[in-house]
Design a protein around this ligand. Sequence first.
Ligand SMILES: Nc1ncnc2c1ncn2[C@@H]1O[C@H](COP(=O)(O)OP(=O)(O)O)[C@@H](O)[C@H]1O
Ligand SMILES: [Mg+2]
Length: 193
Amino acid sequence: MNIVVSNLKGGVGKTTTAVYLAAAAAARGHDPVVLVDADRQASAAEWLEERPIDGVEIVEAPSERTLARAMKSHDGVGIVDTPPGDERLVVSTFGVADAVVIPTRAGGVEFSRVAYTLDMIPSKTARGVVIVSARFGTNDLEETIAWWRAEKVPIWGVIPERVAIAAGPEARLYREGLDEYDKVLRAAMRGGR
Ligand SMILES: Nc1ncnc2c1ncn2[C@@H]1O[C@H](COP(=O)(O)OP(=O)(O)O)[C@@H](O)[C@H]1O
Ligand SMILES: [Mg+2]
């Protein structure tokens, strides 16, 4: 199966989400776990080069053709990190994805951005949002959660804002982040609400 991590607008936590989801899948014993990096910036590839994750294989696939092949050519779990901006490339993955995970931050302007991404996803494809860099106890977060509920978009996870997560490849994967992303992974695999 393939899980695509996407938000068509802006840099919001896609790469972080993709890396943690891949690590969570490997920790669950899925084999192979392929982290497909469709971003020419190759931040996911660089992350794994600097800090490999046991059981996670990285494949760079920055074009529609390489990406389609990378998603088809494994029989395990593929986690696809997507670039910002390249709408055609990203939308090409939605039809073949089993689930689309949309990272978003708390706060007003994010809603229209995510709505735009949601519109591009075929209705049969499972999708859910993950609220990243969340500050618990803030109105912003509560309003954001209430908004997605009202919109009937499943919230697959709420990831707290943590320095250890922001450190990226400079630090080892953060336990609390792995636990939260494991829940996201399970929801995505269930196609869950
Ligand atoms: N849970 C989190 N806590 C703190 N910082 C985070 C968290 N998730 C992501 N970030 C930070 O947000 C920034 C954008 O994340 P990144 O994954 O690179 O987004 P994108 O791939 O969408 O550009 C990075 O600096 C990253 O470290
Ligand atoms: Mg990125």
